[in-house]
Design a protein around this ligand. Structure first.
Ligand code: FEO
Length: 384
C-alpha cells in the first residue's frame, strides 16, 4: 500500500486474469480497480473493487487501518467493476455508513437486494462531508460514465477522486505510456458522452487540483494540463493529429491493395501522418480510438449481400454511436457486380457532422488505371 497524498492510501488491486473488460475490450496489460483510504478523525474508503478481488482489497484496507474501523464507504460509481464488493464490505464492517446519491442507492437495491436504508448517507451535488482535516466535496458528474456518477474533491490535499474519468486500461504494475491506453479507454467507454464530460470539466476548472485519483490507471500528479487538455480535446470531438487514418476490410486482397495504394499516394502527396487498419483483424477499440485521433478517415469496403461488409458496418456503427464528428471522411468502394458500398457508407454517416471527400474511388473487382487515378486524386484531396 502506498501513500498517494497526506493521510491518503492506495488500496486498489491489479487484475491480470481478465480477458475482456466490460465483456468487449481486450486488455493485454490487465486493468487496475483503484480504491483509496483517507485516514482522519473519520475514515473514508473511496470506492470498492471488482467482485473477484474482495479478499485482496479488504486485506489491503486492514494493512492500512489495522483494527481501526472505517466510518464511510463512498460509492462514486455503481458499475460493478467498482461496486461489486460493497455488500461484502458492509458485512465486514457493520458500523460503516455508505455514502452515495439517490441514484446510487436505487442501483444498490437493484444489485444487492438492499438499499442500506439504515446505513446510508445520501448526499446532494455540492454537499460536503467533513472527516476532520479533510473535507470531501461531492460533485455530480452524470454520464461520466453512468447517471449516478459523482467525483469527490478533497480540499485539504487538493485531490480530485475522478471516478472513471482520467482512467486508463493497464494494471499499475505495468509500465506503459498513459495517452494511448487512456484514449482507447475514454473513446471506447465514455466517448458517447462528450457534452457531459465537458460539463464535468467545467465544474473542475473552478478547483485548485494537485492530484487526480481515478478508479483505473495511475494517480496523476505534477503538471496536470496535459491530461486536462487531452480530455478537453476528446470531449469536444476534436482530432489530435492532422492526418489520415485508412481503414479497410478485404476478402481477396483487392480492397486491401486499394487501401495500401492510398497510403502510398498520401505519403507521395506529402501527408506524413498516415495510419492503416484492417478492420477485420486489428483490435476494434484501437481502430475506433485512432479514428477519433486523426482528422481524416478513409474507409475502403466492399458490397456484401447488397449491404456493407460486416466489419465495415460495425465499425461505422461503433463511430456514430460515439458521436463521431468534426472530421473529413472518404470512401473507396469495391464490387464485382452491383457495387453500392460508398453510397451505403455515406448513408450510415448521414446524421453525423462530417465533411465528405469529393473524390469517391470506385474499384471494379481490382485496381486498374482508372481507379488508380481516382486513388491518386483522393490522396491529393486529403493531403491538402
Ligand atoms: Fe470503471 Fe464505468 O466503470
Amino acid at each position: 500500500m502506498f501513500l498517494t497524498a497526506q493521510d491518503t492510501f492506495y488500496v486498489g488491486v491489479n487484475d491480470h486474469e481478465i480477458d475482456l473488460f466490460e465483456g468487449i475490450y481486450k486488455v493485454p496489460n490487465g486493468v487496475a480497480y483503484n480504491s483509496y483510504v483517507i485516514v482522519d478523525d473519520k475514515i473514508a474508503i473511496m470506492d470498492a473493487v471488482d467482485e473477484h478481488f474482495g479478499d485482496e482489497w479488504i486485506a489491503n484496507i486492514k494493512e492500512v487501518l489495522g483494527d481501526r474501523q472505517p466510518d464511510y464507504l463512498v460509492i462514486q460509481h455503481m458499475e460493478p467493476d467498482h461496486s461489486a464488493n460493497a455488500l461484502r464490505f458492509a458485512q465486514e464492517y457493520p458500523s460503516v455508513k455508505l455514502v452515495g446519491n439517490t441514484k446510487t442507492f436505487v442501483m444498490l437495491g437493484e444489485y444487492f437486494g438492499t438499499d442500506f436504508a439504515d446505513r446510508r448517507v445520501v448526499v446532494a451535488d455540492g454537499e460536503v462531508l467533513p472527516l476532520g482535516r479533510h473535507d470531501l466535496h461531492f460533485i455530480f458528474a452524470p454520464m461520466v460514465h453512468w447517471p449516478e456518477v459523482m467525483v469527490t474533491y478533497d480540499s485539504y490535499t487538493k485531490t480530485i477522486f475522478s471516478a472513471d474519468g482520467f482512467g486508463k486500461f493497464g494494471a499499475l504494475d505495468v509500465d506503459e505510456p498513459w495517452d494511448d491506453e487512456a484514449r482507447r479507454y475514454y473513446i471506447g467507454i465514455v466517448g458517447k458522452y462528450g457534452k457531459q464530460v465537458e460539463a464535468a470539466l467545467k465544474k473542475l476548472s473552478a478547483l485548485e487540483i494537485d492530484r487526480i485519483c481515478p478508479l483505473h490507471g495511475p494517480v496523476l500528479e505534477g503538471d496536470l494540463s496535459h491530461y486536462f487538455n487531452l480530455y478537453s480535446t476528446w470531449a469536444g470531438y476534436q482530432p489530435e493529429i492532422d492526418g489520415v487514418m485508412v481503414a479497410y476490410a478485404s476478402v481477396y486482397g483487392h480492397t486491401k491493395k486499394a487501401a495500401e495504394t492510398l497510403v502510398e499516394e498520401l505519403r507521395a502527396a506529402g501527408c506524413n501522418n498516415v495510419i492503416i487498419h484492417d478492420l477485420a483483424r486489428d483490435d476494434r477499440s484501437v481502430c475506433i480510438a485512432d479514428a477519433f485521433r486523426y482528422s481524416k478517415l478513409a474507409i475502403a469496403g466492399i458490397t456484401y449481400n447488397a449491404n456493407l461488409f460486416p466489419a465495415v458496418r460495425e465499425f461505422i456503427e461503433n463511430l456514430t454511436e460515439r458521436n463521431y464528428q468534426n472530421r473529413t471522411v472518404a470512401f473507396i468502394e469495391n464490387g464485382t457486380w452491383a457495387p453500392v458500398s460508398a453510397k451505403l457508407m455515406q448513408e450510415r454517416f448521414a446524421k453525423s457532422n462530417l465533411t465528405f471527400a469529393r473524390t469517391v474511388v470506385r474499384v471494379r473487382s481490382a485496381l486498374n488505371d482508372e481507379s488508380r487515378a481516382q486513388v491518386k486524386a483522393l490522396a491529393e484531396e486529403l493531403a491538402k
